[in-house]
Write a protein that binds this ligand. Structure first.
Ligand code: PLP
Ligand code: COI
Length: 354
């Protein structure tokens, strides 16, 4: 495909690895492509990173017609750069697009864009331990009219951000509050799509949790407020009396790629793993009688994140003595080992960039 390139004549100084944090710095360029009904995708371009002009009536600004993805480029010890399961992100983005009546992007086209653009900016992939180049593709409805309908114009963009760890805690256990009032998503809604609205719906509970010293919220299902769903930016897994349990993908949970990778890895290694309904009552009982052995979150930004404390209705429970558990550490070592090319990738998950 034809991708026009306008080079940035004023490249930035790259930030120090120790200052990275998450999503604060951006590379020198961004990718943009427009969609018009009847014409398809057009005007693919790599341009200097900067402000983007938008019509005040743009669909995204009024009706939340927006989806996004998140994946990373990792620098290996030999200096080369690789992606992790990029086709999974491309397929999930197209499923999100279908849910929100946004246009899909043919898979081979999306992969070519990703490879070309990330390859173009790959010098921005940091090399310090635990750092990577976070890739944020996103798409929004861009009709310049206030009518509510499936979009006729859309814009797809990719921005790139060199990152360190998502949580200030790094690999140290995080504290999570189980939310019993607000809900994030319901079956039949947009919970399994990666769309901005899900995150907007989460903010109030997130703020309340932060004020009480918690990193994020663990959501219960939107109908009965009974079943465990996921955390704001990651899926969750628990080890209860020897069984590794993660909530089943019932329609209101994001089908995480890190979740899928953990499940494939653990099953291959012979662990007992269940994707099933897990009620707050069962979890609370396990926390009280000591059978909750470990809890962790998993996501692209969050990587594998041990949970050291869970709070529910004012009660606090320490998990795994507030330390990282054995399975959590094993998943962290294996998944990050494959991502950064330190361990052999027997699954074929990595995708080297030219
Ligand atoms: N759940 C939510 C709500 C998320 O935002 C994310 C992050 O993308 C995840 C789960 C984990 O998904 P993945 O492993 O594909 O990054
Ligand atoms: C990711 O892990 O890629 C996410 O999208 C989480 C995000 C909300 C920071």
């Amino acid at each position: 495909m034809d991708i026009k390139i306008v080079r940035n004549e004023n490249p930035k100084v790259k930030p120090e690895a120790s200052t990275l944090g998450f999503g604060k710095y951006f590379t020198d360029h961004m990718f943009i492509m427009d969609y018009t009904a009847g014409e398809g995708w057009h005007d693919a371009r790599i341009v200097p990173f900067g402000k983007y002009e938008i019509h005040p009536a743009s669909t995204a600004l009024h009706y939340g017609s927006e989806i996004f993805e998140g994946l990373k480029a990792y620098r290996k010890a030999d200096g080369s750069v690789q992606l992790f399961r990029p086709m999974e992100n491309i397929r999930r983005m197209n499923r999100s697009a279908e849910r929100l009546c946004l246009p899909t992007i043919p898979e081979d086209m999306a992969l070519e864009i990703l490879e070309t653009f990330v390859g173009f900016e790959k010098d921005w992939t940091p090399s310090a331990e635990g750092t990577s180049l976070y890739i944020r593709p996103f798409m929004f409805g861009n009709d310049e009219t206030l009518g509510v309908h499936a979009v006729h114009h859309a814009t797809f963009m990719i921005i790139l951000s060199p990152v360190g760890s998502y949580y200030a805690e790094g690999i140290n256990p995080v504290k999570i509050m189980i939310e019993d009032t607000d809900v994030r998503a319901v079956r039949g809604g947009t919970g399994e799509a990666k769309c901005g609205g899900n995150y907007a719906a989460s903010n109030r509970a997130g703020e309340k949790a932060a004020q009480q010293g918690y990193s994020q919220v663990l959501w219960l299902d939107g109908v009965e407020r009974k079943y465990i769903e996921e955390v704001g930016a990651m899926n969750v897994m628990f080890k209860i009396a020897g069984e590794i349990v993660t909530p089943a993908l019932v329609g209101s949970i994001l089908p995480g790629i890190t979740r899928k990778s953990c499940l494939e890895l653990l099953r291959k290694e012979g662990y007992k793993v269940s994707e099933r309904l897990l009620s707050i009552d069962e979890l609370q009982a396990a926390m009280q009688n000591g059978t909750l052995e470990e809890a962790w979150g998993c996501g692209t930004a969050a990587v594998i994140s041990p949970i050291g404390e869970l709070a529910y209705k004012g009660k606090k429970y320490t998990v795994c003595g507030g330390k990282i558990g054995e399975i959590t550490q094993h998943l962290y070592d294996t998944i990050t080992g494959i991502q950064w090319g330190k361990r052999e990738d027997t699954f074929g998950w990595t995708y080297p960039l030219k």
